[in-house]
Design a protein around this ligand. Structure first.
Ligand code: SF4
Length: 183
């Protein structure tokens, strides 16, 4: 059988929920409701690296976009994405179709349509700490996460175009049908 030359990029945790911050996993291992139909449609896949796991590890706390929006974390994202960009250039130069990138809405790193922000998330959990104040300051903001912003900039620099899609971190299975209609 001939290869069909259709490739999708997916955020790391769509294939491996174990990379997510502990307690926010909504499926057992791989998001089968999305991945199985995409396999049946004949796509090949590139699993993007998880920028948070590869910097803070599996025991990290959940954070907001401002905490990742530093020159150091952006450089880390660029380093991780460099071999991905090289693969995309090679594939597109050889007439493969890069059909899109599926990220994770709500994530401070991999959000596509929205991410989470709060300006007072920092410091230590001590006697002055107010969980209520911290949680009340959390906002859903219509921006990409840091990793996807860096990715988008690298795509532009390299004259590559990708359509972006997203599962919703809070309810991944509910967002699957919309993506499958498009792909
Ligand atoms: S959304 Fe991105 S940063 Fe968060 S666990 Fe998934 S791959 Fe890692």
């Amino acid at each position: 059988m001939h290869r069909n030359k259709k490739i999708l990029l997916l955020s790391h945790c769509i294939f491996n929920v174990n990379s997510k911050v502990n307690k926010i996993a909504n499926y057992g291992g791989c998001l089968q409701e999305l991945v199985t139909p995409l396999i049946q449609k004949g796509y090949g896949f590139i699993q993007l690296p998880c920028p948070e796991l590869l910097s803070y590890g599996v025991k990290r706390w959940g954070q907001v976009k401002q905490q990742f929006d530093t020159p150091y974390f952006r450089k880390h994202c660029e380093t991780l994405l460099e071999p991905i960009i090289q693969q995309l250039l090679d594939y597109t130069n050889n007439n493969y179709e890069i059909s899109g990138c599926i990220g994770v809405d709500g994530s401070p790193s991999c959000g596509i349509n929205h991410t989470c922000k709060a300006c007072n998330w920092e410091g230590e959990i001590d006697e002055n700490f107010s969980l209520e104040n911290i949680l009340n300051s959390l906002n859903k903001v219509e921006e990409k996460g840091v990793f996807m912003e860096v990715f988008e900039n690298l795509l532009i620099e390299n004259r590559l175009h990708l359509d972006f899609y997203a599962i919703n971190e809070a309810n991944p299975t509910a967002s699957v049908q919309n993506i499958l209609k498009e792909l």
